[in-house]
Design a protein around this ligand. Structure first.
Ligand code: GLU
Ligand code: MG
Length: 460
């Protein structure tokens, strides 16, 4: 039996299980280059066919913008061609907050069964395999921040937000005010197999954060998609609306979607902590130095919207300076030291990324940058303490700290010129990402910051 036929068999069994649970529909999602989860749904009785033959979807979505505009790259765009979405049954999940629905992430292949060169999820898998071939294991996790507001009754989407709690940042009063809602969020995630590590109120009005357990890179990206859609669905059931946008209200602290990554070889963490000191194995130094070096180009992946650059302000905990630091929340790359008895060891956090990023591109591109660091034996500069944003220009220059791109155009220019990222993504995906970035920039060019925030508030 061929692989597809075998998967069909197991899909028949999965469909029977869903059916017994009263689940009649399955949502198959993939995330486009503008960070939007796009979907085709199939009735559960069609699931086995979807697994065997895929579900049709046009490749034009690779050049969709967050405003649903359509651009074109050298390789993609226009009405021709078709792709097949193949659901990954390993992630088939009954959705707790959408009764009667299940979800599975999809990989994209062409009509002849060849991997689509611009499939972001296959890219993430390729990069994880590249790391594995180099003997490295990565465990990753995204932090999800969101702002919750009462769902507007009329067409007030862009107006003032009506927060269901105005209690202080990090305050228990926020949890008390929304205890049913927050309980439903964590319960839904838990029954869906996503392990919640923490949930807490954040700094901005109406803002919360949930972090989930680390996982292999593709799973971590799947998790953040599922977490976001779950929060969205639970919010709707409570008459609320969740914004994951980088800048919900221009000028406020925004929503980040920081990427945490831990490096392991032969099951042992490369972030070593002992009772009195900590150290990084040489490969971890080179990997993280590769990520730090590539950050200006990586911003075009992890901060993909003009709205992202409204969030990337000094002293907003968004990590806008190209430096690293130990437990420094203003460094773009924060090293988190694990306790000596922590089996997971320490890890690093990429702070500038936000939820407009396609998480599959984000994990894949970070791995590519890190592996390039290992290939070139990259070295980390001195770590930074304190907030680089409060230093004078001269002092920052003396310390060799530069600001990361302050506009999407600048980041896209850096991605365009990045040979390692171009090679890793491949021409087709690299070209499509750039085309979408240029189109986003052009679309919002005449908008004021407040207008960008309002227009993109409910996009992701
Ligand atoms: N909300 C901040 C951001 O824009 C991050 C806060 C934190 O350190 O978790 O990334
Ligand atoms: Mg946070």
């Amino acid at each position: 039996m061929g692989a597809r036929a075998e998967q069909r068999e197991s899909a028949v069994q999965s469909a029977a299980r869903l059916d017994a649970e009263g689940v009649g529909n399955v949502a198959l999602t993939w995330v486009d280059n503008a960070g939007i989860s796009r979907v085709k749904t199939v009735p559960t009785r069609r699931l086995a066919d979807a697994v065997a033959r895929g579900v049709g979807m046009s490749p034009v979505f690779d050049v969709f913008t967050s405003a649903d505009g359509i651009t074109a790259s050298d390789h993609l765009g226009g009405p021709d061609g078709d792709l097949r979405l193949f659901p990954d049954l390993d992630r088939l999940t009954i959705l707790a907050a959408q009764p009667g629905w299940a979800w599975a992430p999809a990989d994209r292949y062409d009509q002849l069964g060849r991997p689509h060169p611009a499939c972001q999820r296959l890219f993430a898998r390729r990069m994880a395999e590249r790391a594995a071939a180099a003997g490295l294991e990565l465990r990753m996790g995204f932090e999800t921040e969101w702002v919750v507001a009462r769902a507007p009754q009329g067409p007030a989407d862009a107006g003032e937000l009506d927060y269901p709690t105005t209690a202080p940042a990090y305050g228990m009063a926020r949890v008390v005010a929304l205890s049913d809602y927050l309980r439903d969020v964590t319960e839904a995630l838990t029954v869906q197999g996503v392990e919640v590590l923490q949930l807490h109120p954040e700094y901005a009005p109406g803002q919360f954060e949930v972090s989930t357990a680390p996982a292999d890179p593709v799973r971590a990206a799947d998790d953040v998609v599922l977490v976001r859609e779950t929060i969205r669905a639970v919010s709707a059931r409570h008459g609320l609306r969740a914004s994951f946008a980088p800048s919900v209200v221009a000028g406020e602290v925004g929503n980040g979607c920081h990427l945490h990554l831990g490096l392991y070889r032969d099951g042992t963490s490369l972030h070593r902590a002992a009772d009195t000191d900590w150290s990084l194995a040489p490969d971890a130094v080179a990997f993280l130095a590769g990520v730090l070096d590539a950050l200006p180009a990586l911003l075009a992946i992890g901060c993909p919207s003009p709205a992202s650059y409204l969030r990337l302000q000094p002293s907003h905990w968004a990590g806008i300076y190209q430096c690293w630091g130990v437990e420094n929340r203003e460094a773009a790359l924060r090293l988190v030291i694990g306790a000596p008895d922590d089996p997971d060891g320490g890890h690093a956090e990429v702070k500038p990324f936000d939820a407009a990023a396609n998480p599959y591109l984000a994990v894949g591109a970070v791995i590519a940058a890190g592996l390039h660091g290992i290939d070139t034996t990259a070295r980390l500069p001195a770590p930074q303490t304190g907030d680089p944003g409060v230093l004078g220009v001269r002092e920052r220059a003396r310390r060799g700290i530069v600001r990361l791109p302050a506009t999407l155009t600048e980041a896209a220019d850096r991605l365009e010129k990045s040979a390692p990222l171009r090679e890793a993504l491949g021409e087709v995906l690299h070209g499509a990402v750039l085309a979408v970035r240029r189109a986003e920039e052009a679309h919002y060019a005449a908008y004021e910051p407040a207008e960008i925030a309002a227009a993109t508030r409910w996009c992701w």
